[in-house]
Design a protein around this ligand. Structure first.
Ligand code: FE
Length: 347
C-alpha cells in the first residue's frame, strides 16, 4: 500500500535528523534512471527542509546486459562510478549521500566513505521503509550484537535440518546495519537491523542445510526443497539436492568465477518488525528483500565478495541466504536458539 508524500516526508525528516544531518551540510541525492521517484524526491525535500545544501547526481545504469536477473544485489560488478572522476569528486565533496540507485560495494564507494562522507542506501518500497523506521533501540541491539561478534573467535551454527557449520573471526571488521548513516564515513541501509562479520579466509568449515521454506536471495524465492551446502577451507565445494540445488549451482556457474564460491558475511537478524512472509506477499522484483535479511533470529549467510569488509575479492556473484530455525553461538555462548534471539528480551 502506498505511503503519502506527507507521511514519507515526516519519516525522512526524522531519519535524516537521526543521521545527524545539520543545516549547511552538503547532501547529494544519487539517482539513476530506475530510481524510485518518490524516494528521491521526498529525500531531497526533507534534506532541504533541514537546511542542507542539496544536489542531485544522476548516473546511467550499468551491468544490465550482464546480469541474469533484475536484482542489483545479484550482480555486484563495476558501478557507474568506475572511470567517472567528476561523479566521484561530487560524492567525496558531500557530507552525506542518499543512494537511490544502489551503488553497491566497490573500491570507489570505499574511497568516498574513507573521506568521511556518510552514505544511506534507500531502495526498498516506501511502505517497507516506513514500517521499519530506524529506532534508537534497534541501534542498541545491533551494537550489542556487534560487540559480541567483534570479540568472538569462533561461530558455530546448527539446526535440526542438518546445519553444522563453524568459522573463525579476527581478520575482518564487523558489519553493523541499523538503518542510519549517523557518523562520518558510515554506510547503512534504511531499512535493516542486523550484525555480521566475514570469517577469516579459509576458516569456514562444515555443512549448511537450506531447508524447505528458507529464502534464497537474489533468487527471491522460498526454497522448494532442502539444499545441502558443503564448505571446506572457506569455499563452497558442493551443493547437493534436487531442483533447488541445481538452480543454485547453475546460477553460480553462470559467473564463471571461482571466487563466487568463497564464504562471505555471516550473522543474524535482529528486527522484530521484519517478517519472513513479506517476500511472498509482493512481486519479488519490487523489493530488495530487507525483511528476509533482517527478520529476528535468522541466520544470514552469504557467498562471494568481501570488498565491503575491505578485502579485494570483487566477484560479481553474491548470494544472501537467511535461514530459519538455526542456533548460532559465539565461543560457546548462544546468540540464537532454534531461530530465536537470545536473550529473548533483546527483540
Ligand atoms: Fe550480502
Amino acid at each position: 500500500m502506498a505511503i503519502s508524500d506527507a507521511d514519507f516526508l515526516k519519516g525522512w525528516r526524522q531519519v535524516l535528523e537521526m543521521c545527524n544531518l545539520k543545516a549547511g551540510e552538503q547532501v547529494t541525492i544519487l539517482t539513476s534512471d530506475d530510481s524510485n521517484p518518490q524516494i528521491a524526491n521526498i529525500a531531497k525535500l526533507a534534506a532541504s527542509d533541514l537546511g542542507a545544501v542539496v544536489s542531485e547526481l544522476n548516473l546511467a545504469p550499468v551491468n544490465g546486459e550482464k546480469a541474469l536477473s533484475p536484482d542489483k544485489s545479484g550482480y555486484v560488478g563495476k558501478t557507474p562510478l568506475e572511470g567517472n572522476a567528476a561523479a566521484l569528486a561530487c560524492l567525496k565533496a558531500s557530507d552525506m549521500v542518499i543512494d537511490t540507485l544502489q551503488l553497491l560495494f566497490s573500491k570507489e564507494q570505499e574511497d568516498v566513505l574513507k573521506g568521511g562522507t556518510r552514505m544511506l542506501l534507500a531502495v526498498e518500497p516506501p511502505e517497507i521503509m516506513m514500517r521499519m523506521m530506524p529506532r534508537p533501540e534497534d541501534k542498541q541491539r545491533v551494537l550489542a550484537a556487534a560487540e559480541k561478534i567483534g570479540a568472538a573467535k569462533k561461530m558455530h551454527v546448527t539446526s535440526a535440518a542438518g546445519t553444522d557449520f563453524t568459522c573463525e573471526f579476527g581478520q575482518y571488521p564487523v558489519l553493523t546495519q541499523y538503518g542510519l548513516a549517523d557518523e562520518p564515513g558510515r554506510w547503512d541501509h534504511w531499512p535493516s537491523t542486523f550484525s555480521a562479520r566475514w570469517p577469516n579466509e579459509g576458516s569456514s568449515q562444515g555443512t549448511i542445510v537450506i531447508d524447505e521454506g528458507d529464502i534464497l536471495l537474489p533468487f527471491k524465492h522460498y526454497a522448494r526443497e532442502p539444499v545441502t551446502v558443503t564448505i571446506e577451507k572457506g569455499m563452497i565445494v558442493d551443493i547437493a539436492g534436487r531442483t533447488e540445488a541445481e538452480f543454485m549451482r547453475k546460477f553460480m556457474e553462470s559467473f564463471n568465477d571461482p571466487r563466487a564460491y568463497a564464504m562471505a558475511h555471516v550473522g543474524w537478524g535482529l528486527e522484530n518488525r521484519a517478517h519472513w512472509t513479506v517476500l511472498g506477499l509482493y512481486d519479488p522484483q519490487s523489493q530488495l528483500g530487507m525483511d528476509a535479511r533482517s527478520f529476528a533470529g535468522n541466520f544470514l549467510w552469504s557467498s562471494g565478495p568481501n570488498t565491503e569488509a575491505g578485502g579485494n575479492r570483487d566477484t560479481p556473484c553474491h548470494l544472501d541466504i537467511p535461514l530459519r530455525n538455526c542456533s548460532v553461538s559465539l565461543d560457546g555462548e548462544p546468540m540464537t536458539i532454534d531461530g530465536k534471539v537470545i536473550p529473548a528480551d533483546q527483540v
